[in-house]
Write a protein that binds this ligand. Structure first.
Ligand code: C2E
Ligand code: CA
Ligand code: CA
Ligand code: CA
Length: 276
């Protein structure tokens, strides 16, 4: 009975999280979570079309909360942005992912690692320098790192654009995440040093074999071709979607049809066998 009430309270708590005040316990716990080693990374394979061979992986953060279990990013990344710990969280993610991928790249030199960057991280004018410092310390190749950025007011700021340009010049690739969902996607394409378009999973879900269902996917992929960008479809859940994306010229795919986000030891099973 008590456990039940606790569970219900917990669920409600998580539901109401977006409106929570910055001084609430969850916020205080999140402030300490990085230092206390409570964050984890999962890695979701990104495969080449049509053969499904591993091309890379996207790092996705989780919070192993001592009482609530494994929390998904929707439950704490927006909070981290609001209370100003996203910079620290982002640095941890980048360092952890680079450390891991530096080992993996010995078995697979072309492995691409995608890391999500919150628009808020670009507020910090030291961001580009921090990224380059982390790559140097971990030995992960800049050319193998893909930073995924989404729309946010700050990305239009000249200072943020300049930081992305520095990173781009260092060989790091920039992906526009959730492409097609924001109203200024097209403007970003003109302003930022973009290398990769990630077609949002909402448009992949509309692929149903009718020309209308796939209209946005088709337009985004065509845009990618015209601009010579790498294209990655997100949220691919069926073979039919993978087939249609291949026909539309999409280069890569990611989604439950291939694999869920995996702990590092499971991602390793996707790597070429180490013949040393
Ligand atoms: P995203 O960058 O769009 O990441 C893809 C999300 O789609 C992941 O959710 C992934 O688990 C989910 N997904 C993958 N394949 C499928 C599929 O076939 N079907 C469906 N329905 N979903 C699929 P997740 O891990 O819960 O992450 C949610 C969001 O949290 C991410 O969306 C990203 O915006 C943010 N996020 C994750 N990790 C980080 C991080 O390290 N830093 C920052 N700033 N944001 C992060
Ligand atoms: Ca999720
Ligand atoms: Ca992403
Ligand atoms: Ca996305």
């Amino acid at each position: 009975r008590q456990a039940e009430e606790q569970a219900a309270g917990r669920a409600a708590w998580v539901c109401y999280e977006p409106g929570m005040a910055a001084g609430s316990p969850l916020a205080e716990q999140l402030r300490r979570a990085v230092a206390e080693g409570q964050l984890r990374l999962l890695y979701q394979p990104i495969v080449a079309l049509p053969d499904g061979a591993l091309a890379g992986a996207e790092a996705l953060v989780r919070w192993a909360h001592p009482e609530r279990g494994l929390l998904e990013p929707d439950a704490f990344v927006p909070l981290a942005e609001r209370i100003g710990v996203i910079g620290e969280l982002g640095r941890w993610v980048l360092h952890e992912a680079s450390t891991q991928a530096a080992r993996w790249q010995k078995r697979m030199p072309a492995l691409q690692l995608n890391v999500n960057v919150s628009p808020r991280q670009l507020d910090d004018e030291g961001f580009a320098g921090q990224v380059l410092g982390i790559l140097e310390r971990t030995g992960f190749f800049p050319g193998n790192l893909v930073l995924e950025v989404t729309e946010g007011a700050v990305i239009g700021e000249p200072a943020s654009v300049a930081q992305l340009a520095v990173l781009s010049n260092a060989g790091i690739r920039i992906a526009l995440d959730d492409f097609g969902t924001g109203y200024s996607s097209l403007r970003y394409l003109a302003r930022l040093p973009v290398d990769v378009l990630k077609l949002d999973r909402g448009f992949v879900a509309e692929l149903d074999g009718t020309s209308r269902g796939g209209a946005v996917a088709q337009a985004v992929l065509r845009l990618g071709q015209i601009l010579h960008l790498d294209t990655v479809a997100e949220g691919v859940e069926s073979e039919a979607q993978a087939r249609e994306l291949t026909l539309l010229g999409c280069h890569k795919a990611q989604g439950y049809f291939y694999a869920r986000p995996l702990p590092p030891s499971d991602l390793e099973r996707w790597l070429p066998v180490d013949d040393l």
